[in-house]
Design a protein around this ligand. Structure first.
Ligand code: AMP
Ligand code: MG
Length: 398
């Protein structure tokens, strides 16, 4: 994918000899989304060449690409998740096919296939095991509102693709602008979209459900029809990896990095002012609803129904599903922001709270000691106590 690079360097005087703090800025794409970095890096004057001056931002881009390619992407056969999904499919007698989004696999035609309920065990690496265990805990705690076993369902709906094929689709779409509006269903062709039928949705749901999965002894055991989709947590996990890198680089004194709707703040700015993290307006393209002021290290994730969606007959079909129904979640919320001390948790909770709605969502955030901002479609705001001290309104709803 073409990188939109907006590099920038600014020098901040640190006041001690020839050491200066440089600002590195980079906007690029990774993990199917826009990555925006601002780093403050200390260095001795004249020590680095211009190329080396951007090396920290480049390292972060490499970390994200590796995370996607080696661990999280279901589209890549060699990633850990791709390998689990492929092994399950092969055991079920299906040929793994990474172009199958939006198409129901022709499941009943293969008579030699084993029943979809049969359990299949796949060994996974210790870090992946640890990651999945933490994700399963959030599924438990949210009563299944956040469930990464929805792979069949999200591929059936195929909203990632639908949103960029329609003019109506997608404030803040994660695809490059040039790709928007292309394809057969552009413009007024929204009604041509083939939404899945109720039968297809029920069939896909029959292959989902975190409760049917076992994690034990370094193995994941799952039903033959199931497919994993870590889309709800991937960008948060990315923020955790970025944070580990930042901690390993003593020359980096401050950073704010956004991976799509997940953000990590770290250290401090040279002038000591707080980090400002803008929250997108759910109904005004390009606008902001408000801004968070944060000191030091935090993880922020926002889930919203404006990210990837299509409108049809006045209904918003967006990318966050209610596992109880198989349809896009309509809990009364249009946006949820979580602030906490883990990227994975912030991302998992923002998705879970979105599905749960205002009351249960707020209660779940509190179980985790996370701060939450929940925005209702009619403009109502719900906040935890700690969020009140961080958040300042910018725009109004509806
Ligand atoms: P997020 O933007 O973090 O809320 O994640 C949304 C993405 O996670 C979607 O694009 C799907 O791939 C996946 N997803 C949708 N609904 C759920 C859900 N209820 N639980 C877990 N993953 C989901
Ligand atoms: Mg999420």
């Amino acid at each position: 994918m073409a990188a939109a690079v907006a590099g920038g360097l600014a020098v901040w005087l640190s006041g001690c000899g020839s050491i200066s703090t440089q600002q590195q800025a980079l906007v690029d794409t990774a993990m199917g989304t826009i990555v925006s970095q601002t780093l403050y890096v200390q260095q001795e004057a004249g020590q680095k060449t211009e190329k080396e001056e951007q090396s920290e931002t480049a390292s972060i881009m490499r970390i994200l690409t590796e995370l996607e390619q080696q661990e999280l992407s279901w589209r890549i056969a060699d990633s850990e998740v791709g390998r689990i999904n492929a092994q399950v499919m092969r055991n079920a007698g299906e040929e793994p096919n990474y172009d199958w989004v939006g198409k129901e696999p022709e499941r009943e035609q293969n008579s030699g296939r084993i029943p979809r309920e049969v359990l299949i065990s796949v060994s996974i690496s210790p870090p992946q095991y640890e990651l999945l265990s933490r994700i399963w805990q959030v599924s438990e705690d949210s009563g299944g509102a956040m469930d990464v076993t929805l792979g069949r369902l999200s591929r059936l709906w195929n909203l990632d693709e639908l949103a960029v094929l329609t003019e109506n689709g997608s404030i803040g779409t994660t695809m490059a602008d040039g790709e928007r509006g292309q394809g057969e269903v552009a413009g007024d062709g929204v009604e041509k979209i083939n939404f899945p039928t109720a039968e297809q949705i029920q069939a896909a749901l029959a292959d989902c459900g975190y409760r049917r999965v076992q994690l034990s002894d370094g193995m994941i055991t799952l039903p033959a029809g199931m497919q994993l989709d870590l889309g709800a947590v991937g960008k948060g996990i990315a923020c955790d990896r970025i944070s580990a890198y930042l901690h390993s680089q003593p020359q980096i004194t401050g950073a704010v990095v956004a991976v799509g709707g997940s953000v990590v703040t770290y250290g401090q700015k040279p002038d000591g002012s707080p980090w400002k993290v803008a929250i997108m307006h759910p109904r005004e393209e390009g606008g902001y609803l408000g801004v968070l002021s944060l000191e030091g290290e935090h993880y922020i994730s926002t889930s919203g129904d404006y990210e990837r969606y299509v409108m049809a007959d006045g209904v918003r079909y967006h990318h966050i599903f209610d596992p109880a129904t198989g349809y896009p979640a309509h809990s009364g919320l249009c946006s949820v922001t979580i602030v906490c001390d883990s990227g994975l948790l912030a991302d998992a909770l923002s998705t879970a709270c979105f599905v749960l709605g205002p009351e249960q969502g707020l209660a779940l955030a509190q179980v985790y000691g996370a701060e939450a901002l929940l925005v209702e479609e009619d403009g109502g705001l719900h906040m935890t106590k700690g969020m009140e001290g961080m958040y300042k309104t910018y725009g109004n709803l509806p």
